[in-house]
Design a protein. Structure first.
Length: 276
């Protein structure tokens, strides 16, 4: 279990790399059936808002700041996707690193249809929206399926096309335990293939003249990838944020925070199992 916890921490620490990173161009990797280069202006990556299951019905929510200057406090607002924010709560973040704040919340009370997390900071005396994420809790059936699989790295990524959710599991010496999961978007018309694959090459971004996607991890060569939702070219302005839908050309779209976590945490060669 110690190594398991260390892996999660290492993946979250890796988020500090993107928080200070930039890029000058978009790779020509074609994940959505199109191929074209798109030179983009250098941009600074956004704040990374994240959530993961701490176990026992507790969710750990946090943010890695792109720029911590002037920030004196961070507050997380949490509520269920379904409903009219009737269960919304606020919780103060605790500084765990110079540019990182984190808090624990009772996820079981805020999981109707999934959980939304918004992060705000006070910077130089002014309230500032930092970003958001949303997540699902562990899926019992997916966890059962994970126990029937194996992976040479000890980590498995499962995708349930019938619900458009994914889960990451790591072997703790006795069984595969849930690490992180969320909604995802798979192929329109069911074109995302089912079966057993493995994580291959990874990269920062790809795109066309119409969009940019970030943090890709291939599972069938360069044809099918896990990657972020679509952004306007060369920016972090979301163009198509929808998750839990059938929209892609076969790739699996994730929230940008999940795409980054998967890329950092799941080693190349890890098993990917897609089913419906």
């Amino acid at each position: 279990m110690k190594k398991f916890a260390e892996r999660i921490l290492a993946a979250l620490v890796m988020m500090t790399v993107v928080a200070s990173g930039s890029f000058g161009g978009v790779a020509t990797v074609n994940a959505e059936g199109e191929a074209s280069a798109n030179e983009a202006e250098a941009v600074v990556a956004p704040n990374q808002v994240y959530e993961y299951d701490c176990g026992g019905g507790t969710a750990c929510v946090g943010v890695v700041l792109a720029d911590p200057a002037g920030v004196t406090d961070v507050t997380f607002f949490v509520w269920s996707v379904e409903g009219d924010q009737d269960d919304i709560i606020s919780v103060a973040g605790k500084m765990v690193a110079e540019n990182q704040y984190q808090a624990n919340v009772d996820a079981t009370a805020h999981m109707t249809g999934g959980m939304l997390v918004h992060a705000y900071a006070t910077r130089n005396g002014v309230s500032e929206f930092l970003g958001l994420t949303y997540a699902t809790m562990e899926n019992a059936n997916m966890t059962l399926i994970a126990q029937t699989l194996a992976s040479p790295t000890g980590t498995i990524v499962l995708v349930d096309k019938s619900q458009n959710i994914f889960g990451i599991y790591t072997y703790d010496g006795e069984k595969y335990v849930y690490v992180r999961g969320n909604y995802c978007t798979t192929g329109a018309g069911g074109c995302t293939p089912t079966g057993t694959y493995s994580i291959g090459r990874k990269g920062y971004s790809f795109g066309t003249a119409d969009y940019t996607c970030y943090y890709y991890s291939g599972f069938i060569g360069g044809t099918y990838l896990f990657h972020s939702v679509l952004y306007y070219p060369g920016t972090f302005k979301v163009k198509s944020p929808k998750l839990g839908k059938y929209l892609s050309h076969g790739c699996i779209r994730l929230d940008i925070n999940d795409a980054k976590f998967l890329q950092d945490y799941v080693l190349s060669g890890s098993t990917v199992y897609i089913y419906k």
